[in-house]
Design a protein. Structure first.
Length: 384
């Protein structure tokens, strides 16, 4: 009758009590580091799947530092998820040319991930050959329990959605021997990631796991709160919706209940007011024009309006596509100034907080293959 949380607590307690826990301490609520982690990591170099891999995604957890170093030493492309997926999905670690062993060692640490990395956008066409994740507990059958926040599972599902991994992409975890335990199958959910190899300080276990890995993002298990915390999720949801997939969220029904709130009516009013103009289609390309929300007729005098710049808009994109994306990402402005010939638009929001929220929501948004440049307009940034 043990829950996942019972299993985690048992492992964390044992690592601390037995003296196996290593920095950072305490290991509770973390992917735990342990004495012998570098020894466990170094055995990855003996695996064919590592030898064949060109591009490897390794989680940023401390016990996986040795794998990140091995990947860099073998001159493989190393991708590390951004912390809590706040600013995207991956950072690519790029050591300086002629990097010494010591520099590579720094690149493999959390400090190195900050100093020697470049972001990889959704249009970066990542093709991951090997996935390495941390675990709190894992069974010899390949069933895995993480620290409980779901990021490794979500990262994998997002990679499936992006086409970055295939069904046969191997997944490896690095743990201490004491973390390899029996796990009841009923504890697993359909979004849980399973593993193909387990590396410990003394063993290499091939799990031959038959349980299927997640087939993509399970949208009905994603909440609005999670969507708010992980901006890149909004981009993937928008893309999948465009292809006709059902992307109904866990708490979508509550959104229907709030459809008559002033904010929703405000957004609806703008959509209604701009629809005839959107129908003009390509005739608008190359023209300047401004669309205003009829509920806010006097914008200028307030002194609060904050403008967001949207650039790198492809020539083929119509203003209706941008407006659709803005509504989808809950970033509808009070006013939209479309400048199609210059491949840009300016969005006016009621205050700086609303504008910054829109920038965060739209980060990574891609239209017709171009990742848009979204930031506070220059005159707003200079206002401090």
């Amino acid at each position: 009758g043990a829950s996942k949380w019972d299993v985690r607590e048992k492992v964390w307690d044992y690592l601390e009590a037995s003296g196996l826990a290593d920095f950072p301490r305490p290991v509770h609520r973390r992917i735990p580091n342990f004495k012998g982690s570098h020894q466990a990591c170094s055995s990855i170099k003996e695996l064919d799947v590592f030898d064949r891999a060109r591009e490897i995604k390794v989680d940023p957890d401390k016990p996986l530092e040795g794998v990140r170093l091995a990947a860099l030493q073998a001159r493989k492309t190393l991708l590390v998820p951004t912390p809590r997926l706040r600013t995207g999905l991956f950072n690519k670690i790029v050591p300086p040319s002629g990097a010494t062993k010591e520099i590579l060692r720094i690149c493999a640490t959390s400090q190195g991930v900050k100093e020697y990395s470049v972001p990889v956008g959704l249009d970066g066409k990542a093709r991951v050959d090997l996935v390495v994740v941390g675990s709190v507990a894992v069974s010899e059958k390949g069933w895995r329990i993480g620290k409980g926040e779901g990021y490794a599972d979500m990262e994998y599902a997002m990679m499936v959605s992006m086409g970055a991994v295939r069904e046969d992409t191997p997944v490896i975890t690095i743990v201490h021997d004491c973390q390899v335990i029996d796990i009841a199958e009923e504890l697993l959910d359909d979004h849980d990631l399973t593993v193909d190899y387990i590396l410990t300080p003394t063993r290499t276990i091939k799990t031959n796991c038959k349980r299927p890995k997640p087939q993509g993002i399970i949208w009905h298990k994603v909440s609005y709160e999670m969507l708010g915390k992980i901006p890149i999720l909004k981009v993937l949801r928008y893309r999948e919706k465009q292809t006709g997939k059902d992307v109904t969220l866990q708490d979508e029904h509550s959104d229907l209940a709030s459809a008559n709130t002033p904010a929703a009516l405000n957004e609806k009013a703008m959509a209604e007011n701009t629809r005839p103009q959107a129908a003009m289609g390509s005739a608008q390309i190359g023209q300047h024009y401004v669309e205003s929300d009829s509920l806010s007729p006097r914008l200028e005098g307030s002194g609060m309006i904050t403008t967001v710049y949207v650039g790198n808009i492809p020539p083929s994109v119509r203003v209706s596509e941008l407006k659709c994306a803005l509504r989808e990402f809950h970033a509808t402005p009070l006013r939209l100034n479309w400048q199609g010939a210059q491949h840009r638009a300016f969005l006016d929001y009621k205050d700086k907080a609303a504008a910054e929220s829109a920038v965060s929501s739209l980060k990574g948004l891609s239209l017709r293959g171009n990742t848009l440049r979204v930031e506070l307009a220059r005159n707003q940034r200079n206002k401090g």
